[in-house]
Design a binder for this molecule. Structure first.
Ligand SMILES: [Zn+2]
Length: 343
């Protein structure tokens, strides 16, 4: 089959077209003919190399897949051949204490398709049958591929971890990212007032179209100061943080008393700084979160498939243009998800 991947870690120039055998289909797996595969920042880090990540080369990235089931393993009762599906990229053991509790992202064996295992920049990918959700016949593959990773991440962070409630003020950093475009809609659906930040007025305008209430251009004013002014020195109840080192202290300072800072990423670096005294005096909560359980995935995908939440697609590229697609993501030019299509 045709695929795009790399033989060694490095820059964009390491991405090459591969001709490799289609993956084997184990008893509990299905073979999906990939129709669309969304990009994630993770794809860039996997290409560049992550500490402790040892890959079998050549490696095929790609976490977010939608396509058609074309072959099923010996023990698969569902989904049958011909089903149109989107796939949860998480993998877990199913038997440890965390899996038994349904806390799949805490499984010591937790893996992400495309990071630790061959992913969706390919004509075919083999996935656990249990990770598939069926798409309605009129649901677009590109839209479906744009949802799994970022919607489960935003759902677990805001609903399960931060427990957002109607009427609360929720600040979401970086209006244009995939997680943010999911989080804005989830917070809005939950009845919150949504604050977003960006350095781009155009991205803020688009964030407003999908539900953001209060727009903060952090080139004009630091966002923590802006929040302070806009809330009458109260702060926001919840901050969704995925930027990391560059913003964490300001996110911390933007919190109301008793507020919750939920963090799901560290794009600009891992070393966060904040004032402990401010933290205990104002009794704030720091909540780590990553990915989602199968139950969370199915819950949020149910809302996506019923069009209560709408994946935002920035642009599509054919598989042959994967380098250009990753370059656009690396530059941060996108609003929403960049999606590869197989044609
Ligand atoms: Zn487990």
């Amino acid at each position: 089959m045709k695929a795009v991947g790399f033989h060694e870690h490095g820059g964009l120039d390491k991405l090459v077209t591969l001709e490799v055998p289609p993956p084997a289909v184990c008893d509990h797996d299905v073979l999906v003919k990939v129709q669309a595969c969304a990009l994630n920042h993770l794809d860039l880090w996997v290409r560049e190399g992550l500490p402790g990540l040892k890959l079998q080369m050549p490696h095929i990235p790609g976490c977010d897949v939608a396509g058609e089931v074309v072959e099923v393993g010996g023990k698969v009762a569902y989904p049958p051949k011909g089903t149109r599906v989107a796939v949860n990229p998480g993998r877990w053991c199913g038997t440890c204490e965390w899996c038994v509790r349904g806390e799949h992202p805490l499984c010591p064996e937790y893996k992400i398709m495309g990071e630790h295992t061959p992913g969706g920049y390919a004509e075919y990918v083999s996935v656990p049958a249990a990770n598939c959700v069926e798409l309605p016949t009129d649901f677009d593959y590109v839209q479906a591929a744009a949802a799994p990773l970022v919607f489960q991440t935003a759902w677990r962070a805001l609903i399960t971890r931060a427990e957002i409630r109607p009427g609360e003020d929720v600040l979401i950093l970086g209006a244009g990212s995939g997680v943010s475009t999911a989080a804005i809609q989830i917070a809005k659906l939950a009845g919150c007032t949504v604050y977003v930040t960006s350095s781009s007025d155009e991205k803020l305008r688009r964030a407003k179209e999908i539900g953001a209430d209060v727009l903060i251009n952090h080139r004009q004013m630091e966002f923590d100061k802006a929040v302070w002014e806009l809330t009458g020195k109260r702060g926001v109840d919840v901050v969704l943080e995925h930027v990391g080192e560059a913003t964490f202290e300001r996110s911390f300072r933007a919190l109301a008393k008793g507020g919750r800072l939920v963090f799901v990423g560290a794009t600009t670096g891992p070393a966060a700084k904040f004032d402990l005294r401010r933290g205990f005096w104002r009794q704030v909560n720091l909540l780590g979160s990553t990915m989602g359980s199968q139950a969370e995935f199915e819950e949020v995908m149910g809302l996506v498939l019923r069009r209560r939440l709408n994946p935002v697609v920035d642009r599509t590229f054919p598989l042959e243009k994967t380098r250009e697609a990753q370059e656009r993501l690396a530059k941060g030019e996108q609003f929403g998800k960049i999606v590869l299509t197989m044609g």
